[in-house]
Design a protein around this ligand. Structure first.
Ligand SMILES: Cc1cc2nc3c(=O)[nH]c(=O)nc-3n(C[C@H](O)[C@H](O)[C@H](O)COP(=O)(O)OP(=O)(O)OC[C@H]3O[C@@H](n4cnc5c(N)ncnc54)[C@H](O)[C@@H]3O)c2cc1C
Length: 483
């Protein structure tokens, strides 16, 4: 049985043993350090780890996992903690394995356009390290200035350019992982398309429930020859969503097709002083990239469709500085919401693109009925919604309303033929809705697959699949800790 309720003396012993194994400064166990790691960016549920460890190598991760196995202590992998579904929550306490010190780019193979990095390498830093060669790492979550390769792999992260370039699984060639037995295993190969079962496909997106990734070989993508970026404002949300539907229906796949509503505009104006046209209710950020002639053709289509739907203002970036300015609302929008309310929970659901107008109406309805604020910022081209619920978590009634609103929105996504998550994962947040989406048989099948990699209760317990022992009791505690 996992040790989930250690007393203080036991925790102090754990910290001593781990520090003597790893080295001075590689273990954090003070009350303030444990508090700092009690949640990820999904701040509703909280649970303190007993100890946080900061390994620097694959071998050190292996030693920690073996120590946890010997002592029956649960452990949770963690990157930058920007996850939005509680995946890096130390759900049953125990050891939090942070990859904060595993940030090295280990090998760059320019002729074969790939690179090997440690799991704690920051996403943006990977692209910066090969910018001189005109290459980049394509997955670009909006958290990319801090989120890590390991977190991106565990969540199969996407980003604004997912529409054209795909999500993380399309850009990872091979992984080094410490499995739940404490063995170092290699999965995949630097040469793509090898024979055998696609184990990378199973592991990527498994939210750290099947082992701790320590290194990966990733593909590098050539930077596009030409990039054109447009920010268009609309008088109604429906005009904007219809523009999205028509652009895709016209056969144009922009590199990015992102939408922000009035709530996000207000936050961004307050935070960065940007001014949007009076009366604008929605913004579309549209980017086309690639061969210059193809981009010119795509831009003509995009601008025609914006005009057809009565765009109030269309700003085309003249240079890189202007492009970055147009991206501000999208890249900084969620952070800027901190100007509006003390607590923000960003939901993540997917719907067929054609249902966008109806879905946004339903979200407004839910917000009004539940009495909380919801602003929308999302990957419109993928039908991947991010309703951003804002409220004050010092008031338990508001927390309850936000949780209920989030669940209701996800139920609507399912009713409209969509899914529970486009990129933020299930974590602890959506675990209760998994059966509604997959049915009992679907979940049992997934559980069978998980058992092959992880048949125990120690590695990132209580995440994704809802039938691990003890999770229900713990769930009550996490919520209690937030209030
Ligand atoms: C402002 C903001 C914007 C965001 N925008 C996007 C976006 O555009 N697209 C998107 O997809 N997501 C987005 N996210 C969500 C989040 O940034 C991503 O899920 C990201 O990949 C998490 O990386 P991380 O390093 O912070 O991981 P963490 O939050 O630390 O962990 C996330 C999950 O990965 C597991 N994990 C972490 N490291 C490892 C490892 N080495 N081995 C095994 N498991 C591991 C954890 O256990 C956890 O389950 C956003 C978040 C914020 C706060």
């Amino acid at each position: 049985m996992p040790v989930t309720d250690p007393d203080r003396r036991t925790e102090a012993r754990w910290a001593r043993e781990l520090e003597s194994m790893l080295g001075p400064g590689q273990v954090l166990a003070t009350p303030s350090a444990r508090k700092a790691y009690d949640c990820d960016a999904y701040t509703i549920d909280k649970s303190k780890p007993s100890v946080v460890v900061l390994p620097e190598t694959t071998e050190q991760v292996r030693d920690v996992v073996r120590w946890c196995n010997r002592n029956q202590v649960p452990y949770t992998p963690r990157g930058a903690g920007t996850g939005l579904s509680g995946g890096a929550l130390a759900a049953m306490g125990g050891v939090l394995i942070s990859t904060k010190r595993m940030t090295r780019i280990l090998e760059v193979d320019l002729p074969n356009r790939c690179l090997r990095a440690q799991a704690g390498a920051v996403n943006k830093r990977i692209s910066e390290s090969v910018a001189h060669a005109g290459l980049h790492f394509a997955p670009d979550p909006s958290s990319q200035t801090v989120s890590t390769l390991g977190g991106n792999i565990a969540e199969n992260s996407g980003g604004p350019h997912t529409l054209k370039y795909g999500v993380t699984v399309q850009h990872v060639l091979a992984l080094t992982m410490v499995d739940v037995d404490g063995e170092i295993v290699q999965v995949g190969s630097k040469v793509p398309g090898g024979p055998g079962l696609d184990l990378l496909g199973v592991l990527i997106g498994s939210e750290g429930t099947m082992g701790v990734v320590t290194e990966a070989w990733v593909r590098l993508t050539p930077n596009p020859a030409k990039v054109e970026t447009v920010l268009a404002s609309f008088a109604t949300v429906r005009d904007a969503t219809q523009t999205v539907a028509d652009i895709i229906a016209a056969g144009t796949i922009p590199a990015a097709l992102e939408m922000m509503d009035e709530g996000i505009m207000k936050a961004v104006s307050l935070a960065f002083g940007l001014v949007y046209p009076e009366g604008a209710k929605a913004l579309l950020l549209i980017e086309c990239d690639g061969d210059p002639d193809a981009v010119a053709g795509e831009m003509r289509t995009v601008l025609d469709i914006c005009a057809k739907h009565g765009a109030m203002d269309v700003a085309v970036a003249a240079d890189e500085a202007e492009r970055q300015k147009l991206w501000t609302a999208r890249k900084k929008g969620i952070g800027a919401m901190g100007r509006i309310a003390p607590t923000i929970v960003t939901q993540d659901g997917v719907i067929p693109r054609s249902k966008l107008p109806e879905m946004l109406d339903r979200i407004s309805e839910v917000a009004a009925r539940r009495g909380i604020g919801i602003a929308n910022i999302f990957h419109a081209g993928d039908g991947n919604l991010h309703p951003c619920m804002y409220f004050d978590d010092r008031d338990p009634a508001q927390v309850e309303a936000a949780v209920a609103a989030g669940e209701e929105i996800l139920e609507v996504c399912l009713d409209l033929g969509g899914s529970l998550s486009g990129e933020h994962g299930i974590g602890v947040e959506k675990i209760g809705l998994m059966e509604r989406m997959f049915g009992r048989e679907g979940l049992d099948l997934m559980m069978d697959v998980r058992r092959i990699f992880n048949d125990g209760d120690l590695c990132n317990p209580c995440k994704i699949l809802p039938n691990q022992k003890g999770c229900v009791e713990h769930m009550r505690r996490w919520r209690g800790a937030a209030w």
